[in-house]
Design a protein around this ligand. Structure first.
Ligand SMILES: Nc1nc2c(c(=O)[nH]1)N[C@H]1C(S)=C(S)[C@@H](COP(=O)(O)OP(=O)(O)OC[C@H]3O[C@@H](n4cnc5c(N)ncnc54)[C@H](O)[C@@H]3O)O[C@H]1N2
Ligand code: MOO
Length: 485
């Protein structure tokens, strides 16, 4: 398409984003007042030729026009979305280990089991014992030796779980036993309580339940032998893994150090409580980011709210003790967008300066020091989510030593409009193995992603119904059907 708009590509792109957000994807039902006011931009001739009130400033996304952090300013082309993720994943590996910094040098941190949840295993988990560690009764009943009937002890004796090992059982004898108890030496099987009858000092098996050798005995080492590999390094420690580790003899686990992340939420307009008023809005990112980062394996240190003040931002970034500083807002080219100037002052190395993705294209990644990175998320809330998944997730994945998740493609249940050049990330829900695109996917909206199972990766140009697209997982999902239904 010939672009005759004197405002340049970025201004047009912003209109495109807003229009895409309001476009009624085929999966949507019902219309909002907003929908009615818009037309599908891809169908509207001349849609990009200007909208009242659209910003008129030409210029590079995420650049202020001043000299760049390294070298003179130039209009850097946005990094393609897959490349941006790869750069973020590689960024920590390119930093040489430094003895003076951080715990992120790969040295495992031993954590007691109750504190290990959510951390990443720094070494393979091998069994410290056989499991079960002794021949165990799988049922309440009788341990017996040889073919029946079996003589029972004169006194009412039982072999109980956790008690001393019982005396050897002679052939033709039986003794009551509890589930989990050590099977006495010489026992050849266990007969369940409901399958036997004890009478006159003898035990008889019910005719319908003849005894076979070894029945209802869990032999030592059935699940694993001491030294067996139970889990590879890199596994995220779940509640079940805590249980398995305890069963296998562990009191503590070797874990990767968590990268420490400081969150800096920028914006004079942001309120921490109450209703929006006088042009001010609630901070939607502060409450969301710390728990999200925790789910990505990081240790959020603090969430600080900063006014749009260049000095305050410079001091906060320069003095941050974190391994990763995460800023929100201030990435674009407005009069109070201080992230780029701050990075220049700090002589930071910009690894990614704008990504060819919608929403979120002004996102950036910078190296502040060999072991200190900054992820700049755009202020629009869904754009910030996009930056979190595009740059923060791969960076933290490498820093926490986790493997890349297996790609998770799903067929689209409806066609999705694309950006002409950029990747789009669109909230979707899974229904019967199909990904349904959700409405309310505009850069400033969280309503769609709040009920999404993931974000579908829509290639430039869009995707037809039935096309397999990659879906980025969210670390949770919701059963609420959501506004698409
Ligand atoms: N001249 C240009 N203007 C803009 C560009 C551009 O390339 N050139 N990009 C647009 C895009 S796309 C986005 S996204 C935003 C990114 O802006 P910033 O990262 O500088 O963020 P702000 O301007 O501070 O805020 C943008 C928007 O988001 C709201 N916001 C900010 N923080 C929060 C928060 N914590 N919770 C809720 N909402 C928040 C803020 O009020 C603004 O409405 O720039 C475009 N402009
Ligand atoms: O439109 Mo902006 O893509 O990043 O919100």
């Amino acid at each position: 398409m010939t672009n005759r708009d004197p405002r340049g590509g970025d201004a047009l792109d912003r209109e495109f984003d807003e229009a895409l957000a309001l476009a009624k994807d085929p999966a949507s039902q019902g219309r909002t007042a907003q929908d009615s006011a818009s037309q599908d931009p891809a169908q509207r001739p001349g849609w990009s030729s200007g909208a009242p009130g659209a910003p008129g400033a030409p210029g590079a996304s995420g650049a202020s026009g001043a000299p760049g952090p390294r070298g003179p300013h130039r209009h850097r082309p946005a990094t393609p979305w897959p490349d941006a993720r790869a750069i973020a994943a590689r960024a920590p590996r390119k930093s040489r280990p430094s003895p003076t910094t951080a715990t992120l040098d790969g040295t495992p941190v031993a954590r007691p089991l109750p504190e290990a949840l959510g951390h990443v295993l720094a070494a393979p988990l091998t069994a410290l014992t056989d499991l079960p560690s002794f021949d165990t009764s799988a049922m309440d009943g009788w341990a017996l030796a040889g073919p029946g009937p079996w003589r029972l002890p004169a006194a009412d004796q039982s072999v109980l779980a956790g008690h001393a090992e019982a005396d050897p059982l002679p052939d033709g004898h039986a003794i009551r036993i509890a589930t989990g108890a050590r099977v006495p030496p010489g026992a050849t099987a266990v007969l369940r309580t409901e399958h036997g009858a004890a009478t006159g000092g003898w035990l008889y098996a019910a005719p319908a339940h003849p005894v076979s050798p070894g029945q209802d005995i869990r032999p030592r080492g059935q699940e694993c032998r001491s030294g067996d590999l139970l889990l590879p390094a890199g596994a995220v420690i779940t509640p079940v893994i805590l249980g398995l580790a305890a069963a296998a003899g562990y009191d503590e686990l070797p874990t990767m150090a968590r990268p420490r992340v400081e969150i800096l939420v920028l914006g004079d307009e942001l309120l921490r409580q109450g209703l929006p008023h006088d042009g001010r809005i609630r901070d939607a990112l502060g409450p969301m980011l710390a728990p999200w980062l925790r789910a990505l394996g990081a240790e959020p240190l603090a969430t600080r709210r900063l006014a749009d003040d260049a000095e305050a931002l410079y001091a906060a970034v320069a003095e941050s003790p974190a391994d990763v500083v995460l800023t929100t807002g201030g990435t674009a080219a407005g009069p109070v967008d201080h992230v780029h100037p701050t990075l220049r002052r700090l002589d930071a190395e910009l690894l990614v300066d704008g990504v060819a993705v919608r929403p979120g294209h002004p996102m950036l990644l910078a190296r502040l020091a060999p072991h200190k990175h900054l992820v700049g998320l755009p202020g629009n809330p869904l754009a910030a989510v996009s930056g979190l998944l595009t740059l923060a997730e791969p960076l933290l994945r490498t820093l926490t030593g986790r493997p890349a998740p297996a790609p998770c493609p799903a067929p689209l249940a409806a066609a999705v409009h694309g950006h002409p050049r950029d990747t789009r990330l669109v909230p979707v829900v899974f229904r019967e193995d199909e990904a349904f695109p959700l409405r309310f996917n505009g850069p400033a909206m969280l309503r769609g992603v709040a009920v999404a199972d993931g974000l579908a990766v829509i290639p430039p140009g869009g995707a037809e119904r039935g096309t397999d697209v990659e879906v980025l997982d969210l670390p949770w999902s919701t059963a609420w059907p959501g506004p698409q239904e």
